[in-house]
Design a protein around this ligand. Structure first.
Ligand SMILES: [Zn+2]
Length: 215
């Protein structure tokens, strides 16, 4: 279940399954992310399927998934239509955030992130954030087919050339055994008053965030 909360007076979207992560809305800037201690880290996202552990360095070039193992640092990734994935491993008490646009989704970056975490899928809580949904996301046949190839069961994931990236990511996770998945109901294009949409806003450079800090 998703619900709205406020951080620094600004609206954020949270899942009832996860205390440590949230999704921001329009007008929330990186300076609004609360930092009691530690560093604020974001990778240089390139629609890759490359996942890294957060370590001593501060630069993460060509990286679309970050794994966080300590409560000191805060990580965030930036989105406008692409699918944000936040993971938490209850047993290892580590988490991750990944960026799944169509390229990341076609490369199963969510599955790769869980593998990088070394997690048993049973221990994973997966939270899939606001993204452009099946109602608004029309792609080429080539892109649709590349996305559908990543799962065994494709039912309910597309209509003609409209695909639902949130549902495809969820299906990939279900098929490796993740049982606890919360899927955000919001489409970034339909709810452009709340979220940024690259398509609806003709290639806007504004982004909302998926933020994670372990406690
Ligand atoms: Zn829509």
């Amino acid at each position: 279940m998703f619900y709205f909360d406020k951080i620094n007076g600004k609206k954020v979207l949270k899942s009832s399954l996860l205390d440590s992560g949230y999704f921001t809305t329009r007008g929330f800037e990186s300076k609004d992310i609360p930092l009691e201690s530690g560093r604020l880290i974001k990778p240089e996202q390139t629609h890759s399927d490359h996942v890294e552990f957060v370590g001593k360095r501060t630069e993460y070039p060509n990286t679309d998934g970050l794994v966080l193992t300590t409560p000191e640092d805060t990580i965030y990734l930036r989105f406008a239509d692409c699918t944000p994935l936040i993971f938490y491993d209850k047993k290892q008490k580590i988490g991750a955030v990944s960026h799944a646009g169509w390229r990341g989704t076609a490369a199963s970056i969510g599955v790769k992130t869980i593998q990088k975490m070394g997690s048993n899928p049973d221990d994973i809580i997966a939270v899939i954030g606001p993204a452009i949904s099946g109602c608004c996301y029309e792609v080429s046949e080539e892109v649709r087919d590349a996305l559908l190839k990543t799962v065994k069961n494709t039912s309910g994931l597309y209509t003609n050339r409209n695909v639902d990236l949130k549902q495809i990511n969820a299906r990939q996770l279900e098929e490796i055994g993740v049982k606890t998945i919360d899927i955000c109901p919001y489409c970034t294009s339909c709810n452009n008053d709340l979220f940024y949409s690259y398509r609806k806003e003709n290639g806007t450079s504004n982004r909302h965030f998926a933020v994670l800090k372990l406690s």
